[in-house]
Design a protein around this ligand. Structure first.
Ligand SMILES: [Zn+2]
Length: 265
């Protein structure tokens, strides 16, 4: 039996809990009954071009094209619902992006970007998770580039005491950290030997767009626009299709991996 299929969902609704009951379930319980919701976040847009390649090509153009292709690939599997923080060339604040993920009760948030590093010989993708302390100088510099506004964390659950809310928030944050790290690792494994990676590709830093404590969130730098070979690869449709196929595979691995829900002791 497919737990994500519409027939199962209709069966759940027949139990009398209805759509409101589904929405009220904790995220991981809800995912048992409905297809996971993936929020894709193409970086930058509108007046914010993001990184600019030496020949003037914009990061915001590559992130949107790749996110639209990934959306199509994920929907085609029949296993996911997919939403996007933007589907055209317009600006969305970092806080607005996180809020959209919360409003959609996303089970995963994937922010998609391209790097621009000071050394033109550096190339390859890297995957970032949230940490107050950057894993290294390069990660700190990337976070500084990508952060243009702070996003506050989502509020405590309603109807519980502050003490219980604090414990729940702590558990949620720990579970989310494990989910985010699992997703980053799944992407790195899926890319390995097929998509070029920076040395030490799994890094962490304080990215505003990754700060919701309840949604496993990862920021992917798909390559470096400061590197001519990476720029060529990111602008090439066939190469982007390969990247999208590897990301789809990584997301499949993530949702098939029970360890993503494990809360560290
Ligand atoms: Zn960016």
């Amino acid at each position: 039996m497919c737990l994500n299929c519409d027939a199962t969902r209709r069966g759940f609704l027949r139990l009398g809990l209805g759509a409101a009951g589904l929405a009220a379930l904790p995220r991981r319980s809800r995912a048992f009954w409905v297809k996971p919701m993936i929020m894709l976040d193409p970086g930058h847009g509108g007046h914010d071009p993001g990184a600019i390649a030496p020949d003037g090509y914009y990061e915001k153009t590559i992130t949107l094209a790749t996110a639209l292709e990934l959306r199509h690939s994920l929907i085609e599997t029949g296993r996911y619902r997919v939403a996007m923080t933007r589907m055209s060339d317009h600006f969305v604040t970092l806080e607005g992006r996180v809020n959209l993920a919360v409003e959609h009760q996303a089970d995963m948030f994937l922010s998609m970007h391209c790097d621009h590093l000071p050394e033109a010989n550096l190339s390859g993708a890297s995957i970032f998770t949230l940490s107050n302390k950057a894993s290294d100088k390069l990660a700190a510099a990337v976070a500084q580039d990508e952060n243009s506004a702070d996003a506050p964390p989502s509020g405590a659950p309603a109807g519980v005491s502050p003490q219980v809310a604090s414990i729940l928030a702590s558990l949620e944050t720990r579970a989310t950290k494990i989910g985010s790290a699992t997703l980053a690792s799944d992407i790195a494994s899926s890319f390995s030997a097929r998509i070029p990676l920076l040395p030490n590709p799994e890094r962490s830093a304080n990215f505003a767009v990754l700060r919701d404590p309840s949604i496993p969130s990862t920021l992917l730098e798909m390559g470096c626009l400061s590197n001519a070979e990476d720029e060529r690869r990111l602008r090439n449709l066939e190469q982007r299709r390969l990247l999208v196929a590897r990301l789809t595979s990584a997301i499949d691995s993530y949702f098939n991996d029970p360890s993503r829900d494990r809360v560290a002791g």
